[in-house]
Write a protein that binds this ligand. Structure first.
Ligand SMILES: [Mg+2]
Length: 258
């Protein structure tokens, strides 16, 4: 009887422990992106809403979506700014490679994937970009990929062209010194009136700190922007949100809200 009680105690103690993490933290997120109808419906929904906002933005010369736009922009030609990875381009196949091989994300691994130039288009993106182009709105891509639009063989330019995505070298703004996109938004704002910002990471809209509480406050502060001038794509796999929590599993468990 004593032994049974001891075993029960051990069993209960085991149940009280945090559930062992899945072998790969990105399995569910990757599967959701690749297999759920809901993921494709969400991105399509966001791009369709962005398309509707585009018409309102074009008609209003006082409209800008960028806080970096501090010049007199009313006479400037219109542009939209989009991030690339997990906004226009679907890199989930690279995640599959990492999951299947038990590997962690590295910059080198990502660069090798970029060179393969086989990312797919996020559902809704190509239609939206064609719609923008037909309305005379220039799509600008601000990406933290290491790319070189001056190189005719650049793999990012190649993948955009292969996917029939409106592209010209002067509209691809790759990672320069750092990953902060503010200066690149500012540079586009000098020459264009920025109608919309589209991205999968808070930093695609404005520079935010890597701190969960601060980001929650800023999210609430920018509430009027979401779905009017700023459109967010879902990304359950990675982003500055994860850096804000911390990559350590213990920190992730701590951050869970009971
Ligand atoms: Mg992205």
């Amino acid at each position: 009887m004593k032994r049974f009680a001891l075993l029960s105690f051990v069993a209960i103690a085991a149940l009280a422990q945090p559930v062992a993490p899945h072998p790969d933290q990105n399995l569910n997120g990757t599967l959701w992106m690749q297999t759920s109808a809901e993921y494709a419906a969400l991105t399509t929904q966001a791009y369709r809403a962005a398309g509707l906002a585009l018409s309102a933005a074009l008609a209003d010369p006082n409209w800008t979506a960028a806080y970096e736009q501090t010049n007199d922009f009313r006479g400037l030609p219109p542009a939209v700014i989009l991030d690339l990875d997990e906004t226009v381009l679907d890199n989930s196949a690279q995640q599959v490679n990492l999951i299947r091989n038990g590997k962690a994300f590295t910059e080198e691994g990502f660069t090798a994937w970029v060179k393969e130039a086989r990312a797919l288009a996020i559902p809704g993106a190509v239609q939206f970009l064609h719609q923008a182009q037909l309305k005379g709105v220039a799509p600008h891509y601000i990406s933290n990929r290491i790319c070189n639009p001056a190189d005719p063989d650049d793999p990012t330019a190649k993948v955009l062209k292969d996917l029939r995505i409106p592209y010209s070298p002067d509209r691809l703004h790759c990672k320069t010194a750092g990953s902060n996109k503010t200066d690149r938004r500012k540079a586009v704002a000098q020459k264009y009136r920025i109608l919309l910002l589209i991205g999968d990471d808070f930093n695609d809209f404005t520079a935010v700190p890597d701190n969960v509480a601060e980001r929650a406050k800023l999210q609430a502060f920018y509430e009027p922007m979401w779905g009017t001038k700023w459109f967010v794509m879902p990304n359950p796999i990675y982003g500055s949100w994860e850096r804000s929590v911390g990559f350590d599993l213990g920190k992730k468990f701590e951050a869970l809200r009971p």
